[in-house]
Design a protein around this ligand. Structure first.
Ligand code: IPM
Ligand code: MN
Length: 359
């Protein structure tokens, strides 16, 4: 039987509860499609700081390296806010991404029909939106040197080398080729040198993809276009910081940030996580939306080559939404069955198994 090793990192806040539901769904899909998943759990972020004094214990990094994929929830919380930057929970996630060299972060934004009215934007503007943000994840201003503090000054460096832009551009062009063949590269080339290099390099890589239409957009304009004309986009490729900001912005299109999954890929393996944070104030209340993590689990299955399982999970998510299952974040419209985190997970699990949400 096909078998895969999955490293599971629940993290902080709502992380463990949403990961629990995603794992349940992944198991159900594996059972239906006849493969096996072997899980190993690891600590990262605040939970690891409390247990070991560091946000990314060596054991966690090694476990993630040995696994075929990492399923991750979320990290962080005000409890650890006072710590110096290197010891904050977020530094654990950044070090994990860097350690696995998962440079390509894919953040799909799809508007599911049953949720068209739940969007903060007008239904006619968002119906049918299906775009993909490809964010460079292990470079740019998040990691650039020099950085630091110097008396009353503080500084970070936005730096990209050509090879870093080349490999993310290549990933984005390939993704566009499998979709509607439109790629929009987002930068700030009217101001930043690093963006000028970015733009030239993306253009050069694009010469190898004559079937993909390449456009360039400044990030301020892109931020506006995303909410005024989201259907105008197919694939967006951008650097680490711009991608972070634009993908949160894009989450309002679909109705809730609790719906957006992501995959982060490099040469091998990958990290699969919702794009939202750990929402410590919601932890333990059963109000978190597990769908972003469940959809991340679908992307995980896809990365293993288990396409049928991935489709089963995504179809079940759509099925649960069609049947009116709604966690509080998306309860504004069509909440025939208002539900908790666990009830949503359970509805999706049942739909994965037999296409039926009732017992
Ligand atoms: C994300 C998050 C992270 C980031 C934080 C938690 C470090 O906001 O995955 O988008 O900025 O990349
Ligand atoms: Mn973010």
């Amino acid at each position: 039987m096909r078998s895969y090793k999955i490293a599971v990192i629940g993290g902080d806040g709502i992380g463990p509860e949403i990961v629990k539901e995603a794992r349940k769904c992944l198991d159900a899909a594996a059972e239906m499609e006849n493969f096996r998943l072997e899980y190993n759990e690891f600590l990262m972020g605040g939970a690891a700081i409390d247990a070991f004094g560091v946000p990314l214990p060596e054991m966690t990094l090694n476990g993630a390296k040995e696994a075929d994929a990492v399923l991750f929830g979320a990290i962080g919380g005000s409890k650890w806010d006072a710590l110096p930057r290197q010891l904050r929970p977020e530094s654990g996630l950044l070090a994990l991404r860097k350690g696995l060299d998962v440079f390509a972060n894919f953040r799909p934004v799809k508007v599911y029909d049953p949720l068209v009215e739940a969007s903060a934007l007008r239904p006619e503007a968002v119906r049918g939106v299906d775009l993909l943000v490809v964010r460079e994840l292990v470079g740019g201003i998040y990691f650039g040197e020099p950085k630091g503090r110097d008396g009353n000054r503080a500084f970070n460096t936005m730096v990209y080398s050509e090879w870093e832009v080349e490999r993310i551009a290549l990933a984005a062009f390939k993704a566009a080729q499998k979709r509607r063949k439109k790629l929009c590269s987002v930068d700030k080339a009217n101001v930043l040198e690093v963006s000028q290099l970015w733009r030239e390099t993306v253009r050069r890589v694009g010469e190898g993809f004559p079937d993909v239409e390449l456009t360039n957009m400044y990030v301020d304009n892109a931020a506006m276009q995303l909410v005024t004309n989201p259907r105008g986009f197919d694939v967006i490729v951008t650097g680490n910081l711009f991608g972070d900001i634009l993908s949160d912005e894009a989450s309002v299109i679909g109705g809730s940030i609790g719906l957006l999954p992501s995959s982060s890929r490099g040469e091998k393996g990958g990290i699969f996580e919702p794009i939202h944070g750990s929402a410590p104030d919601m932890a333990g209340q059963g109000t978190a939306n597990p769908l972003a993590t469940i959809l991340s689990a679908a992307m995980l299955a896809e990365s293993l080559g288990e396409t049928a399982a991935a489709k089963r999970i995504e179809d079940a998510v759509i099925g649960a939404l069609e049947r009116g299952y709604r966690t509080p974040d998306i309860a504004r419209y069509g909440a025939i069955k208002p539900c908790t985190t666990e009830e949503m997970g359970e509805a999706v699990r049942r739909l994965i198994c037999d296409g039926n949400d009732e017992h």
